[in-house]
Design a binder for this molecule. Structure first.
Ligand code: NDP
Ligand SMILES: N[C@@H](CC=O)C(=O)O
Length: 407
């Protein structure tokens, strides 16, 4: 099928924007050409002709020849202005900006209806992994149970480097240098970026639009060498996992570092690679793996969106229009390992159930089931780090509980 030919106005010529320029030059795709780039700093040297660049946003947004605005900047407030104006000016939008999308999803869905113009954003969740369009189209009629995975490349890169003997700071610096980390890297290491992506996946998997602040999250900054050692002893690894899942009409979501066993698909996902598990009643368990950050892998997703626009593809938010009686739950309990590096009294009071404790002068921990609110409060109150127990360990504890209940 050959589609239309599109004229693009692109905001941003950083890691992803310059990747898109090069990708379009090298690919066989003939459906679009870039008319102009809008950037912030006119004095930077660029790997494209000077005539292509401007700092005047309206030169792109008001240009009647431009059909599509591709938004690839690192400032979500400015991106909001650009994207909303583009839609109102009758232009389709492609963006990879998960913060913008997660924080304004409801409004942006409504604005697409109001203006008739689409926004596509495959690059905004797990970069090169084609998860959003698959949730919309391939899994349209499956009864999805779970979408989970490693959704942030930088934190996975850092965790992999620490396992190889590197330091957190050096690994983060390298992730920034390689273009994986956000301009504000606390968004990566504190778990916000994974949560923004999970917010987007929730909408496409289960038709639930929530504020990112509604999803409990824990980042990786407090993971100590002792926790890494315990993971090693158990032949598990620590990964930052975002997860949303359904039980009957209830849908749950959280982001938290998690012990991952060798049998788990996520165990072997290294460096900036991401991995997404989709579980449906019919398709059952499937696993997607691919680069979750970086210039070309993200540009590939952006290119795919541009190509989809040539045949008028748009998200229909099918689940949103269909699954109207799902209830979002964010105060559920999870099984965790909570540890500290001192002799503080273990926070047993916060747990609903304790299955394991350990105390030594340097390192203490407690393992058990805890409500997410209590867990988040604990990490605010003290220097506790939290890692969710592996799904294998959780099934074992749940099985024991069920046996005890039955007896
Ligand atoms: N890097 C990655 O691996 C991935 C990034 N993303 C997302 O893609 C987007 C871009 O990321 P990335 O390329 O890494 O960011 P960079 O920091 O590498 O580049 C940002 C670009 O935005 C430009 N810019 C900033 N503010 C404005 C503005 N107000 N108007 C016009 N241009 C502006 C900058 O201009 P100048 O060059 O003049 O400074 C720069 O070219 C972000 O939303 C990010 O979250 C998504 C998936 C992966
Ligand atoms: N900072 C992000 C970039 C891609 O979304 C990450 O590290 O995953």
């Amino acid at each position: 099928m050959s589609g239309k030919s599109l004229t693009l106005g692109v905001f941003g010529f950083g890691c992803v924007g310059s990747g898109l320029y090069e990708t379009l030059r090298q690919s066989n795709f003939k459906g679009a050409n870039i008319k102009r780039f809008c950037i912030a700093n006119p004095d930077k040297e660029r790997s494209a002709p000077n005539a292509l660049f401007t700092t005047e946003a309206d030169e792109l947004l008001n240009d009647p020849e431009i059909d599509v605005i591709v938004e690839l900047i690192d400032n979500s407030e400015a991106a909001y202005q650009i994207v909303t104006k583009a839609l109102r000016n009758g232009k389709a939008v492609v963006t990879a900006n998960k913060k913008l999308l997660a924080e304004h999803l409801q409004e942006l869905i409504a604005l697409q209806d109001e203006t008739g113009q689409p926004i596509l954003y495959e690059g905004a969740a797990a970069a090169s992994i084609p998860i959003i369009r698959n949730l919309e189209e391939y899994y349209d009629n499956d009864l999805l149970r779970e979408v989970s995975g490693i959704l942030n490349g930088s934190t996975n890169f850092i965790l992999s480097a620490i396992e190889d003997g590197g330091t957190f700071d050096a690994a983060l610096e390298l992730a920034q240098k390689l273009g994986f980390a956000e301009s504000d890297p606390t968004l990566d290491v504190d778990g916000w970026d994974a949560k923004f992506k999970l917010t987007i996946l929730l909408a496409h998997a289960f038709g639930i639009v929530v504020e990112p602040s509604d999803i409990p999250h824990v980042g990786i900054t407090r993971i100590s060498p002792q926790v890494q050692r315990i993971a090693n002893e158990r032949r598990e690894r620590v990964k930052l996992v975002g997860k949303c899942w359904r039980e009957d009409k209830k849908v749950f979501a959280h982001v938290i570092p998690t012990f991952v066993t060798q049998e788990d698909e996520l165990n072997q996902v290294e460096n900036e690679v991401n991995g997404v598990v989709v579980e449906g009643a019919f398709s059952q368990r499937q696993f997607f793996r691919g680069k979750g950050a970086g210039s070309f892998p993200t540009a590939a997703a952006v290119l795919s969106d541009i190509s989809a626009l040539t045949y008028d593809y748009r998200y229909e938010y099918k689940k949103l229009n269909r699954e109207k009686d799902f209830e979002f739950v964010n105060d559920h309990s999870i099984w965790v390992h909570v540890s500290g590096n001192n002799r503080d009294v273990l926070p047993l009071y916060a747990f609903e159930e304790v299955v394991n404790t350990f105390r030594s002068p340097e390192h203490s921990y407690v393992e058990g089931r805890i409500g997410l609110r209590n867990l988040i409060n604990l990490s605010k109150e003290g220097n506790w780090s939290a890692v969710a127990l592996s799904s294998a360990a959780v099934s074992q504890f749940e099985k024991q509980n069920n046996l005890e209940l039955a007896n």
